[in-house]
Design a protein around this ligand. Structure first.
Ligand code: ATP
Length: 212
């Protein structure tokens, strides 16, 4: 099984990396494919240029042979739509089971996504805990069959209204966000130990996220 991990990665941090590594071990996933978005329609706030986010992701996953970087979204000029990316990745990995990895915050936003219903049919979702949101919040999603929820285990299956299932993974919570990192940079505070040193150096050398 291959996990697709999409995100703005603006910048990538240890919250992303540790989550991906725990999920890989838990399922297990053969590979986690990191897919930095070029032009995400719903996340344009303080967005570093696509080539910088791609390069930071490359630096962050260097050395982990189970992690792969895809330029499928970053190379395109058009808005990144997950539904299209999943279709393309299924063609790139024929014969493999593909699943789409996302945090609870992102899953709760899914009703705003382009063709979200199609995504739910085309691919298995792996939803992971994303602090500070309590996992019970998943009941707020319009896609969930609320009569069939049992989530006591580290890894559980939840039935969707469309009859399919998604996996819910309780990973170790790391309350790190790109927003908080960008904020710290703007305020001149340290970002050490929130992200790999190689990414920190890249941010400093390229003067990213500073007020201009
Ligand atoms: P921002 O603060 O700019 O909104 P972010 O930190 O949420 O960014 P994204 O690149 O938007 O990072 O996230 C990509 C995916 O990774 C999403 O599915 C998100 O839920 C998940 N994710 C991000 N940070 C964490 C974390 N600390 N723990 C678990 N999942 C995370």
């Amino acid at each position: 099984m291959i996990g697709l991990f999409g995100g703005t990665f603006n910048p990538i941090h240890y919250g992303h990396l540790r989550a991906a590594e725990e999920l890989r071990e838990m399922f297990p996933l053969e590979k986690v494919v990191f897919i930095p978005a070029n032009n995400p329609p719903l996340k344009r706030d303080a967005l570093a240029p696509s080539h910088h986010r791609f390069e930071m992701t490359r630096l962050a996953i260097t050395g982990n042979t189970d992690f792969v970087l895809s330029d499928i979204e970053s190379k395109s000029e058009e808005a990144s739509y997950t539904v299209n990316t999943i279709g393309e990745m299924k063609r790139q990995y024929p014969g493999d089971t593909i699943c789409f990895v996302l945090g609870l915050d992102a899953f709760l936003e899914m009703p705003k996504w382009f063709k979200a219903d199609e995504i739910l049919v085309n691919v298995k979702l792996l939803v992971m805990t994303r602090p500070p949101i309590p996992m019970e919040k998943i009941k707020d999603s319009p896609y969930i069959d609320k009569d069939n929820i049992r989530m006591n285990d580290r890894l559980s299956q939840i039935r969707l209204k469309n009859g399919r299932h998604l996996s819910v993974a309780h990973i170790t919570p790391h309350n790190i966000s790109s927003t908080e990192i960008r904020q710290s940079i703007m305020e001149g505070r340290t970002i050490k130990y929130l992200l790999p040193e190689s990414v920190e150096s890249y941010i400093i050398n390229n003067e990213l996220y500073k007020i201009r």
